[in-house]
Design a protein around this ligand. Structure first.
Ligand SMILES: [Zn+2]
Length: 286
């Protein structure tokens, strides 16, 4: 189980998927094997020898000042989804978070960087045919702009995930609709990084002089550090997402801040450094 210590804040990574199923044409169409061959530092962690993207869907368990926070909730179990690898999953997520010291009834906050189906799945679980909040004692933090967007058009091309994974939380009275910047504790804040979704947020952690930031989907794969102009078909507003990504990379390059990439495969985190006229990720455990 991968963990990071950022000052007094402990972060544990719980992996739901890590494989090549989120292919380039699904996620970052410009990332062809030929184009990826020019970015040698992506191998072996983030690209296979034959040029396929390796990606992950995972949650972060964050402990700060006595509070327990889950950042993003993956795909979930039993959810009907159009993407075959996402459909009717039967994973051991709940057992794994309990083993990591986060039994679901002890969680204080659930923060979704944005309201897409691979980030909200474990918001709910199926009990006696009903979708009920998985974390009954938590406040769920959803951005106001994302909720306004999803509430108006809940059935997306990826299905009615609002109906099974977001609206039941709102209906149960467990959602706090927030506007970033939003402080969860003195050490952990949701910050605004819009474009991939209308109200997309990243998670900034600052403690004891150490800093880390969880990207969310302002980028999907480390290849976008080297090629920030490579966009995702899932970006709600591609030009805004591109501006956010370029600013993020510029602001956090050549700095001690640890960048934790929400879909980055193991080891998932590193430091962005200047690399000629672009950038690269120097991974932490390399
Ligand atoms: Zn995602």
């Amino acid at each position: 189980m991968q963990t990071w210590q950022i000052g007094d804040v402990r972060i544990t990574r719980i992996i739901e998927t890590e494989d090549t199923s989120m292919a380039a044409d699904f996620m970052v169409p410009d990332a062809t094997p030929e184009a990826l061959a020019e970015i040698d530092w992506l191998r072996p962690h983030f690209v296979t020898a034959d040029g396929q993207l390796i990606s992950s869907i995972y949650s972060l368990l964050v402990e700060s000042q006595g509070k327990r926070l889950v950042v993003d909730t993956c795909l979930g179990n039993d959810k009907p989804r159009a993407v075959p690898d996402w459909n009717e999953r039967q994973g051991a997520f709940l057992e794994e978070i309990a083993a990591a010291g986060f039994p679901r009834d002890t969680v204080d906050y659930v923060a979704c960087t944005h309201l897409h189906p691979d980030h909200v799945g474990w918001n709910t679980m199926l009990v006696d045919g009903q979708w009920v909040p998985t974390f009954p004692n938590a406040r769920y933090l959803f951005s106001e702009a994302d909720w306004a967007w999803l509430d108006q058009a809940p059935v997306t091309p990826l299905g009615d995930y609002c109906g099974d994974s977001v609206r039941p939380v709102v209906d149960a009275g467990l959602a706090d609709i927030i506007v970033p910047d939003y402080a969860i504790t003195d050490e952990v804040r949701m910050v605004s990084t819009p474009g991939h979704s209308p109200g997309h947020m990243s998670v900034l952690i600052e403690s004891g002089g150490a800093r880390a930031i969880v990207t969310g989907d302002l980028m999907h794969h480390p290849c976008q550090i080297a090629r920030p102009h490579w966009c995702s078909p899932f970006d709600f507003d591609q030009s805004r997402a591109l501006n956010t990504r370029k600013s993020f990379i510029n602001d956090h390059s050549d700095s001690p801040i640890l960048v934790i990439g929400t879909h980055f495969a193991t080891p998932s985190a590193g430091h962005i450094v200047t690399d000629g006229d672009t950038y690269r990720l120097v991974i932490s455990d390399a």
